[in-house]
Design a protein around this ligand. Structure first.
Ligand SMILES: C[S@@+](CC[C@H](N)C(=O)[O-])C[C@H]1O[C@@H](n2cnc3c(N)ncnc32)[C@H](O)[C@@H]1O
Length: 200
């Protein structure tokens, strides 16, 4: 049985931080998204990893909260951002204890959610996103599991992070009545899409 998603990100957290805490790693849709949020609003960085986008939100004056599955990613996130609240949790479970937010970014997080679980992921986000709040989901285009991005060998151990490609149709079919789809924001890679939703 290979190691799973959590074990993979615990094992590779340091490399994610090295890549993420650089200017070049900011994705093009980030500024477009923040320009649409209420200034100083409260934002959830869902699947925040080691916290580099939390730091970016914070530097723009937003109140940010991060949530991730990986304890090791969160340990690094806390080290880089000592004043910020970070929660360990599964985006498919109830995390409404974090309180209401004006925006949610989920950058490369739904890539670990199978189509059958997308409705639950959206329902959980709807629980914390205020009416009128915005959700930006950056997803890898595809239909189902992408083996080449899922399986890796590290230090003689096999990891399967279950990397899932989605289409916009997958997302709109799963978003439920609480969300409407607004538009696609910029992306610098043709296989990655940044989709913007609004909580009704
Ligand atoms: C590809 S990384 C993306 C990190 C960061 N958002 C970025 O854009 O670079 C995916 C992150 O999602 C987290 N993750 C995977 N499944 C999750 C789940 N069910 N609930 C919460 N976090 C999850 C992983 O621990 C990892 O930090």
């Amino acid at each position: 049985m290979p190691n799973g998603i959590q074990e993979y990100y615990d094992k590779t957290a340091k490399e994610w931080a090295e890549r993420g805490y650089t200017e070049e790693s900011e994705i093009p849709s980030f500024r477009e998204f923040t320009a649409l949020l209420p200034p100083g609003g409260r934002v959830l960085d869902l699947c925040c990893g080691t916290g580099y986008d939390c730091q970016r939100f914070c530097s723009l004056g937003f109140e940010v909260v991060g949530l991730d599955l990986s304890e090791e990613c969160l340990r690094i996130a806390r080290k880089h951002n000592p004043g910020l609240p970070f929660y360990q949790g599964d985006m498919l479970e109830d995390y409404s204890h974090i309180g209401p937010v004006d925006g949610i970014s989920v950058f490369a997080g739904l890539v670990h959610i199978e189509n059958r679980d997308l409705p639950t992921a959206f329902a959980r986000m709807a629980q914390v996103l205020r009416p009128g709040g915005l959700l930006l989901a950056a997803v890898r285009e595809g239909s189902g599991k992408i083996d080449s991005l899922s399986i890796s060998e590290i230090d003689g151990q096999t990891y399967d992070r279950n990397f899932i490609g989605h289409t916009l149709a997958d997302l709109t079919a799963a978003m439920g009545p609480e969300f409407s789809y607004l538009q696609e924001l910029s992306s610098d890679m043709s296989v990655w899409h940044a989709y913007l939703f609004r909580r009704k």
